[in-house]
Design a protein around this ligand. Structure first.
Ligand code: F6R
Length: 614
């Protein structure tokens, strides 16, 4: 999703801006741009190609400057095109005074656009962002900080912005509400930076200030100043400087074709790291206050989006069957807008790879506004907004996930959610010592079990060829493998663009069976659990309609290959942790189908990695 980098320094900062954009590239974007203060004016370069192409353009055109802003755009308002790419300038191309980049969505942009048009401003783009640039210019009266403060008072929606002005060459103003923005305190010559993520500044500074909602920051050489909105005014605030060792993001592909493949194969290591050092189950794994909180709760509410939501759906089976605690799982973007019945004794759990997903953060805040103060996040980024917003946290150690389609983040989330289940069960006296020992043994063995599953790749590659000729696919699972079927279908559709749907197998005859014919591949997750016989009947229903079955069966589930039934045998049945193993061949199936279809696997069309807008 959109990325921001900005710098004010006493040296040419263009390479820092470009390098920052490259570090944010993996999040997905469709255009990019840079603007700098040069020769007493605003100099801009924009492209609908990759950042590398923008870099070439910048070098050829000798774009240089000590103060500048840069952006990768993921289109929301207006098609991906150069005229919509940021930075936007105001008042006009011939007389550029203000340059601005923006992440987020301005909800009242139409009303503001009409107002600014009436004042004589001419718009060159369809973006909501250009409205902010003109608004800042309109309020500008020799002090950019004051102009930005006046402008943001008029905005409704979410924004992180970085702005500079032709008439104040050594100054950048930033502001945020609902979209992340950090400040980097430079290590040489009093330079200072802004970015949508500390990762963009890796290699430049590790002294990071996390700006909060409603903050406006004034960056100059050797000093900065933060104010926060209070009603219609602003008051000075101090935000702590933290040392953040953000990963550079410049991960190496090694022997793999794509980051997604690499990340699938990293899962044994990622799970091992996530569970490292855990000798016994204790609530303190989640934070100092966890015992007190877990003791007081009578239910769990999980809030998340996409793949992280499916991790939550899987955990519901564990939490209700092992910890015997009532658990509700909600899609964050739905929960935040619906009327619900709050319960202060509920543990609100957010699950997020990035920790910056706008809908999940908003749902968390909504839950808190309803009086639910027990909050916990399972997150892959320790410095993220989600971790800062929650009382308790468990940081998964998947490592940076570059592929847009989440893989290792999902399985590490499941591992963390299983630990949470055991911890709550223990506090509520629902976990015996023998069970604890047995579950811990199974968890420790997961990396080895995952290696054995990954060895199935050649068999999955053979199946993938069949899928490239299909336009639709059905995924079936039962019980705790139903969310795994959902995740398998999501993976296939998002990277291969083949339409895929998942159903609990028992639902088939209540409607979707009508879709089944000899053109419909039906992927079936068939662990050898208590539902396997029921599942076999559902498979018969498919075969009777000519549907072709692709079954991931456990070693002992007695499902044999025959005409129209293809079987890949999983190495071992893994009891309640089986979802963690069964999702892996589905990731591989999606990956190899997408490769065979020739799609951009790591950056599928229309999608972004970190969804920081609503
Ligand atoms: C799918 C995928 C998305 C994310 C979702 C939530 O492969 O990656 O569905 O899971 O956008 O993102 P996080 O986990 O960062 O909150």
């Amino acid at each position: 999703m959109c990325g921001i980098v900005a710098a004010v320094a006493q040296r040419n900062i263009v390479s820092i801006l470009v390098e920052g954009l490259k570090r944010l590239e993996y999040r997905g974007y469709d255009s990019c741009g840079v603007a700098v203060h040069q020769h007493g004016g605003v100099r801009r370069a924009r492209s609908t190609s990759r950042v590398a192409e923008l870099d070439t353009q910048i070098q050829e055109d000798h774009v240089e400057g000590f103060t500048g802003i840069a952006h990768t755009r993921w289109a929301t308002h207006g098609v991906p095109a150069v005229h919509n790419a940021h930075p936007h300038i105001s008042p006009s191309l011939d007389d550029a005074r203000v340059a601005l980049v923006h992440n987020g969505i301005i909800e009242n942009h139409e009303e503001l656009r009409a107002e600014l048009r009436a004042k004589g401003y001419v718009f060159e783009s369809q973006t909501d962002t250009e409205v902010i640039a003109h608004l800042v210019d309109y309020y500008y009266d020799n002090d950019l900080f004051i102009a930005v403060k006046q402008a943001v008072l008029r905005l409704k929606g979410a924004y992180a912005i970085a702005v500079f002005c032709r008439d104040e060459p050594h100054r950048i103003i930033g502001a945020r509400e609902g979209s992340p923005l950090v400040m980097g305190v430079g290590e040489q010559g009093g330079e200072n930076f802004l970015a949508s993520d500390a990762m963009a500044l890796a290699g430049v500074t590790n002294q990071i200030v996390y700006l909060e909602d409603k903050d406006v920051v004034d960056l100059q050489i050797g000093k900065y100043w933060v104010e926060s909105r209070v009603g219609d005014g602003f008051a000075r605030v101090d935000r702590p400087v933290r040392t953040v060792y953000a990963h550079s993001g410049a991960a190496e592909l090694g022997p793999y074709r794509h980051f997604m493949q690499k990340e699938i194969f990293e899962q044994p290591r990622a799970i091992g790291d996530t569970l490292q050092g855990i000798e016994s189950i204790t609530p303190e794994l989640f934070g100092d206050d966890a015992y007190k909180i877990f003791k007081d709760i009578d239910s769990v509410l999980i809030l998340a989006c996409g793949t992280s939501y499916y991790a939550g759906c899987t955990a519901k089976y564990w939490l209700e069957s092992i910890a015997k605690i009532n658990t509700q799982v909600e899609i964050a973007s739905e929960y935040r807008y619906r009327d619900s019945v709050p319960n202060p004794k509920t543990l609100v759990v957010t699950i997020s790879q990035s920790g910056e997903t706008a809908d999940t953060i908003a749902a968390l805040k909504h839950a808190r506004s309803l009086g639910m103060e027990y909050t916990l996040t399972i997150c892959n980024v320790s410095t993220s907004a989600m971790v800062r917003e929650c009382k308790l946290a468990y940081i998964t150690r998947a490592g940076v996930e570059i592929g847009v389609a989440s893989t290792k983040a999902f399985t590490t989330q499941l591992a963390a959610l299983f630990l949470l289940t055991l911890s709550i069960a223990q506090v509520h006296n629902r976990l015996t010592d023998e069970q604890e020992t047995e579950y811990l043994r199974s968890m420790r063995h997961l990396p080895v079990a995952l290696q054995a599953v990954l060895a199935l790749e050649p068999q999955v590659i053979a199946w993938a060829q069949d899928f490239t000729r299909k336009h639709h696919a059905l995924f079936l699972g039962r019980g705790m493998h139903y969310p795994i079927a959902l995740e398998g279908a999501l993976k296939l559709k998002e990277i291969s663009y083949i339409h895929a749907e998942a159903y609990p197998a028992g639902e088939l005859k209540h409607g979707p069976l009508a879709l089944v014919d000899d053109q419909m591949p039906v992927v079936t997750i068939a662990p050898n659990d208590t539902l396997v016989d029921k599942l076999k009947s559902n498979m018969q229903e498919v075969r009777a309609r000519g549907g072709e079955l692709y079954v991931f069966a456990d070693a002992d589930s007695k499902i044999e290959s025959q005409e129209g039934v293809h079987v890949i045998r999983m190495p071992e049945h893994y009891g309640v942790l089986s979802p963690i193993l069964h999702v892996v061949p589905l990731q591989l199936l999606a990956y190899h189908t997408a490769c065979a279809c020739g799609t951009d696997v790591d950056k599928p069309r229309n999608l972004a990695k970190s969804v920081t807008v609503e």
